[in-house]
Write a protein that binds this ligand. Sequence first.
Ligand SMILES: [Zn+2]
Length: 68
Amino acid sequence: MAKKPEAKQYLIKGHPLECPVCKNDTFWMRETLMNTKGLTFFKLEWANQQAQNYVCNNCGYVHWFLQP
Ligand SMILES: [Zn+2]
């Protein structure tokens, strides 16, 4: 079984990331490639780019960030 990455605090554009659901401030991060066929329907030019997922270490809420 894959080990969960270590949870830590993150800054987004200088702002501390906080879970809107449970107010927790530690997250573990993973990267996802946004290459789903559904996105091309919207003709989005960034459809194949990398997204960062920050997953709340407490409640599991997933925050999605697209880096241009
Ligand atoms: Zn949470």
